[in-house]
Write a protein that binds this ligand. Structure first.
Ligand SMILES: [Zn+2]
Length: 174
């Protein structure tokens, strides 16, 4: 557990901390420092579940899309290129879902902009309709076919590119 020697995030907050990429843990710590707000991850230390699908999952998990960045033991660039799971044993998960207690849609968008300034997450998804509205953040590589992806998901499960026009018309004006 050497990745957790100086934790701001704690392994208690995740289901499978040992399957997370060290870079993911580091970037979550940087994010916690940057936003300076309490962040809630998969679960609390006492076991309250906040983001049930927010954690690392196995390469064949059917609770996540084929190319989900939450998968460990997965070669993400190749998986996305081929649209078929390519196993890479020993590689950690690259994504984590979380919130920081924001339930206002304007503030949520502002927090997205604030995260952009940190300039470390390669993929960012905004989820305004979660019970605790928040973010998917991942550290996919720049060789990933969908590098720098930015999106949000609506209540009906559809995904949309995160542009101001889309956010305004599909989220703010609904
Ligand atoms: Zn996610």
């Amino acid at each position: 557990m050497s990745n957790w020697t100086n934790p701001k995030v704690s392994p208690d907050e995740f289901n499978m901390p040992e399957k997370m990429s060290p870079s993911l843990i580091k970037t979550l710590n940087e994010t916690r420092d940057w936003i300076d707000k309490p962040m809630t991850f998969t679960r609390s230390a006492s076991g309250v579940v906040f983001h049930p699908h927010g954690d690392a999952v196995g390469p064949w998990s059917d609770s996540h899309a084929k190319g989900s960045l939450h998968k460990y033991d997965c070669h993400h660039d190749r998986t996305a290129e081929l649209d078929s799971v390519v196993v890479a044993n020993g590689s950690g998960s690259l994504a984590q879902d979380w919130d920081c207690g924001i339930d206002n849609l304007e503030e949520l968008f502002d927090m997205f902009l604030f995260l952009e300034r940190l300039n470390t997450w390669n993929g960012i998804g905004v989820y305004p309709h979660w019970n605790r509205p928040g973010f998917h953040t991942d550290i996919r590589s720049n060789n990933h076919p969908y590098a720098k992806a930015r999106w949000f998901r609506l209540q009906d499960g559809t995904y949309h590119q995160l542009t101001w026009h889309n956010w305004k018309s599909k989220v703010m004006l609904q």
